[in-house]
Write a protein that binds this ligand. Structure first.
Ligand SMILES: Cc1ncc(COP(=O)(O)O)c(C=O)c1O
Length: 323
């Protein structure tokens, strides 16, 4: 399947919103057993991507990289924490298209997971700037843009986590894909879909995709990052901005109200800080065959285990192997 659901659903976008497939769709869905919670399902994004390199950033890049190419961009500047999955995915997949990546890195609590990620970042070919904190990154921004200019051309800036509207389309697509899996009887229509929120694009896109597809599932965004605005209103605004881009590019988009809420109940002391609930959830997940990271997916899985809607729960596994 190469034509994305978004283009099939809104054909006006075929010529105005370019797409480049980077993984094998659809991603698998299965019921998780032995977790102590009944009617729990998983849509597993962990292997979405090439070379065994997966996770939720790849779908965003399927829309962002062709858009960058269209604009003739050769260098991108982005920001992330030292364990950034986004920055790493951008560097690896961008490199394949001849796009260079520079990343301003903000400190996060350091553990083996983060150190390993930094080693991968150093190998990725990206230029790393250790700007350490948000205020220092903002102060360094003019220098960073000039440092990575090519002639008179400044680098394109991409926000943390790839959660610009064009990147959010990756999870609109995943929502449409999920609806097709529900229609094919691969899983029941979820009452609630639980996913981690770090920059919000995954949750916002899913909610928009579900609404476009006519699913009644509600998306629960489990906030794992306290350095960005991720309240329900912020996520809804991001979904609205994404729908506005689709309209500007020629599609007619009529939507029911989005079913989307966010919770900070599993954040603990903040971004990157482990919680006992997430550690316990990661062990349960491991026994069910899912390997989760402590920063995002384990916190979301803790929420999936404890949320109690009247119906099936779908956990979106956003963490992938890092080759
Ligand atoms: C493994 C993982 N899960 C979830 C997320 C959250 O996704 P989003 O940034 O779209 O909210 C991220 C990145 O932030 C991530 O790296």
């Amino acid at each position: 399947m190469t034509t994305p659901y978004l283009h099939r659903r809104l054909p006006a976008l075929e010529d105005t919103v370019p797409f480049r497939r980077l993984g094998h769709a659809p991603t698998p869905v299965r019921e998780l057993t032995g977790t102590g919670r009944g009617d729990l399902w998983c849509k597993d994004e962990s292997r979405y991507g090439s070379g065994g390199w997966g996770g939720n950033k790849v779908r965003k890049l399927e829309w962002m990289l062709p858009e960058l190419r269209r604009r003739g961009t050769r260098t991108v500047l982005t920001v992330g924490a030292t364990g950034t999955n986004w920055g790493l995915a951008l560097a690896l997949y961008g490199r394949e298209l001849g796009i260079d990546t520079a990343i301003a890195l903000i400190d996060q609590p350091e553990d083996e997971h983060v150190r390993e990620q930094l080693r991968r970042l150093r190998r990725s070919g990206a230029t790393l700037h250790f700007t350490r904190s948000k205020p220092l990154t903002i102060a360094a921004a003019p220098w960073l843009f000039l440092r990575h200019a090519r002639g008179l051309r400044l680098p394109s800036y991409l926000p943390a986590g790839g959660s610009a509207p064009i990147g959010v389309l990756g999870y609109v697509e995943a929502g449409l894909e999920l609806a097709a899996q529900v229609a094919a009887g691969e899983l029941p229509e979820p009452r609630r879909i639980v996913t981690a929120a770090g920059s919000g694009g995954t949750a916002a896109g899913l909610a928009l995709g579900c609404a476009l597809a006519g699913l009644r599932s509600e998306v629960l965004a489990v906030v794992a990052n306290d350095t960005l605005p991720l309240a329900t209103a912020d996520l809804t605004r991001l979904a609205d901005r994404t729908a506005a881009v689709l309209r500007r590019r020629g599609a007619t988009v009529d939507l029911p109200p989005l079913r989307l809420t966010s919770t900070r109940a599993h954040l603990g002391r903040g971004y990157g800080h482990p919680t006992p609930g997430a550690a316990a959830a990661a062990r349960v997940a491991e026994a069910a065959g899912l390997h989760l990271d402590p920063v995002y997916a384990a916190k979301a899985f803790a929420a999936a285990l404890s949320t109690d809607p009247d119906g099936p729960v779908l956990f979106l596994n956003t963490y992938g192997p890092r080759g």
